[in-house]
Design a protein around this ligand. Structure first.
Ligand code: F0G
Length: 363
């Protein structure tokens, strides 16, 4: 089974250099990069082939970005433009990954980052990243939506640069993932699947796919298929959720900032946005790790769970289709969840014979 082509030829210098002609940067823009992007598009070996229909399933694995999530694509743009504008302080609300990325890129740019996170609902690895990169981390006794409201109030009124995906440069950077998918496949996929939280990423992919088509690089655009957790599904319900709840803390959001753009992406592309339960999310998360060798964080399981659900409903039909599913963040972000779901490691005395016996090995 062939892996798709990866990235442009030659050395990789990050998403801004790779896709400069499609991005609002000039020769004066000081590029702050950690060489994000150029992430693998991995053909599914087990989940895809096991599904009914004729589905060529690929995972766009964003866990290999410098801080372990897709956020780095947008952050290189947001921080480079902030630096160009002379910003000193950056600020974001986050369920964890945006804060990790903002902290890292701000550190690289020599800026102070401030991150507002919902107390008790940020996975350990993400918190560790924000702290290690020197962010002022403020735990708010509320949810992501409360954090974002405070961040909007402050960045509207003080000399502090907002780096949430309300910042248009974030989406500009994140759209490069759609370019990479098309470059690797040599065409646009038929369907693009992803988890939806604050709704920036689905909006950014859709921008990217449309721009590549307009530029004549690709002929078609995919249908955008977004997935929300059952307890945090404002886009599906058509109204904000006051107290969002899901084990997939990355997408525990009740009032997405990019609601309009995401709804437009779904409508224009002839796609959909639907619900998966936490049990379905965790089952897909476990399958990805144990069958595909791809360790993702729970929220990333939402998209995979969505593909599985649709395939069993016969949604993709009998004709061959190319389906790309973004795996948004690395499993090491949330080690607590991984350990809680797995069996306890076995114990052995420090003798070879004991281990051989445990494994019931015979020569
Ligand atoms: N997957 C992961 C791992 C995420 O961290 C996020 C969002 C999403 C999916 C959803 O993407 O918000 O663009 O619809 N995380 C944000 C954060 C909210 O603060 O890190 P979205």
């Amino acid at each position: 089974m062939d892996e798709p082509r990866q990235g442009p030829a030659g050395r990789w210098h990050g998403v801004i250099e790779a896709y400069r002609q499609y991005l609002p940067v000039s020769d004066e823009t000081p590029v702050v990069t950690l060489l994000e992007g150029d992430t693998p598009l991995i053909r599914s070996r087990h989940i895809g082939p096991s599904l009914p229909g004729n589905i060529q399933l690929y995972f766009k694995y964003e866990g290999t970005n410098p801080t372990g999530s897709f956020k780095d694509r947008g952050m290189t743009m947001a921080i480079s433009k902030a630096k160009e504008e002379g910003a000193r302080i950056t600020m974001c609300a986050s369920t964890g990954n945006t804060s990790a990325s903002a902290a890292a890129y701000s550190a690289a740019a020599g800026m102070q980052s401030v991150v507002l996170i919902p107390e008790g609902y940020v996975a350990l690895g993400k918190l560790a990243q924000a702290l290690a990169h020197g962010a002022r981390a403020i735990q708010v006794a509320g949810n992501f939506d409360d954090c974002l409201k405070i961040v909007r109030d402050i960045t509207d009124n003080y000399p502090v640069t907002l780096v949430n995906s309300l910042n248009p440069y974030r989406l500009e950077g994140q759209k490069t993932a759609a370019f990479e998918v098309c470059d690797a496949l040599g065409r646009a996929p038929d369907f693009h699947v992803l988890p939806v939280g604050n709704a920036g990423n689905i909006s950014a992919y859709w921008m990217g796919y449309k721009e590549y088509q307009q530029a004549g690089v690709t002929e078609s655009v995919p249908h955008m298929l977004g997935w929300q957790a059952a307890g945090a599904a404002p886009l599906v319900l058509g109204k904000p959720v006051a107290n969002p709840e899901t084990l997939a803390t990355a997408i525990r959001i009740g009032n997405p900032a990019r609601w309009q753009e995401a709804a437009a992406a779904v409508e224009e592309s002839g796609g959909l946005v639907r619900i998966v339960t936490d049990d379905e999310i965790l089952a897909a998360y476990a399958q990805l790790a144990s069958q595909e060798g791809i360790f993702a964080e729970p929220a990333s399981g939402a998209g995979v769970a969505g593909v599985i659900k649709l395939a069993h409903e016969g949604f993709f039909g009998a004709e061959p289709v190319i389906v790309v599913c973004t795996v948004t963040g690395h499993g090491l972000k949330d080690p607590d969840r991984a350990v809680a779901l797995a069996p306890e490691p076995e114990k052995a005395p420090p003798q070879t014979a004991a281990v051989v016996e445990m494994l019931a090995l015979e020569t």
